[in-house]
Design a protein around this ligand. Structure first.
Ligand code: ATP
Length: 291
């Protein structure tokens, strides 16, 4: 089943920035990273997906139109915008009571179990919790809701490395399954690339790359050619060539790895490397370039 489907989705703000006609097709049971530099349009796209802003083009989330059918759609969607969003004056037990009262799919016992693994006290006020604890509480609330789509917008912003790791490990081990889809935006690419099944790079409101992590592994290769093979490698039309300590390093898309191995040392580029190169080029690269 397709969880999110967008065709020519546009949301242009005053001043001309926003999202300029993107196509998305995200099946259920995937963990998708929506990655882009500041101001790329990530939050704008998420706001359209969550039915928080009107948009042009066609958009279906869990088979519904988010703007016109928001109430019904949100029964199956959970959203973490920022760790600071919980009401600061409430006590932890009051937040649990509140969510239990308003959300039909909230499993209080599950939330209590998650909380019992933390140092969070039921009687603490939210404003007295550290940022990391607030994130843990937020995650406990969200994971106790039986949703089909979980949208996370920079969920670990401001947390230290330990909390960030724990956040994603908990999410992966205790929440994710094949009926659920997670859509996450973050600047900390290195930390999530191992948990993603798919990636969407967005820049200036346009999609630069959209593919599965498995396909990216087949498609992209970094090559350090030998001096005698440098020109042969260049003739294969690398996406990018950079010099490191006087040694040329080339990035290829869709050139068979076996062919490149004949020319020198090859390596699998990290997602952050691809991000830097593709964002600098700003050229759209769609699925299907795999050799
Ligand atoms: N309501 C608005 N009115 C005018 N411009 C806006 C509005 N909301 C966002 N923008 C502009 O649209 C562009 C995209 O913003 P958006 O928040 O979607 O980016 P982002 O990728 O989430 O960025 P960041 O990583 O910095 O959060 C930015 O240039 C922003 O200034």
């Amino acid at each position: 089943m397709i969880c999110i489907e967008a065709k020519n989705l546009r949301k242009v703000h005053r001043g001309g920035k926003g999202v300029h006609g993107i196509d998305l097709s995200i099946p259920s049971g995937r963990i998708v990273g929506l990655i882009g530099p500041n101001g790329a349009g990530k939050t704008t796209a998420l706001n359209a997906i969550l039915g928080l802003v009107p948009y042009e083009g066609s958009l279906k989330v869990l088979g519904r139109d988010p703007w016109h059918e928001r109430h019904a759609m949100m029964q199956d969607v959970c959203f973490i915008a920022d760790v600071a969003l919980l009401p600061r004056w409430m006590k932890v037990w009051q937040v649990l009571d509140y969510v239990e009262g308003v959300h039909p799919r909230f499993d209080r016992a599950k939330a209590e179990t998650f909380l019992s693994r933390t140092d969070i006290q039921r009687r603490s006020r939210i404003r007295d919790l550290s940022k990391g604890m607030t994130a843990q509480l937020h995650l406990a609330l969200v994971m106790a809701i039986d949703a089909k789509l979980l949208v996370l917008d920079e969920p670990t912003l401001g947390l230290d490395l330990l909390y960030r790791r724990e956040f994603y490990i908990t999410l992966l081990n205790d929440y994710f399954d094949h009926d659920r889809t997670i859509l996450v935006t973050t600047h900390q690419i290195e930390e999530i690339e191992d948990i993603l099944t798919d990636v969407i790079l967005i820049g200036d409101g346009r999609i630069t790359l959209q593919d599965s992590m498995a396909n990216l592994e087949t498609r992209f290769t970094e090559l350090k050619p030998r001096p005698d093979t440098t020109e042969t490698a260049r003739a294969l039309n690398p996406l990018n060539e950079r010099l490191v300590l006087g040694q040329s390093i080339m990035l290829f898309d869709g050139v068979p790895k076996d062919e490149l191995k004949q020319l020198g040392e090859t390596r699998q580029p990290k997602l952050a490397d691809l991000f830097l190169v593709l964002m600098a080029q700003g050229r759209p690269r769609k699925e299907g370039h795999a050799a």
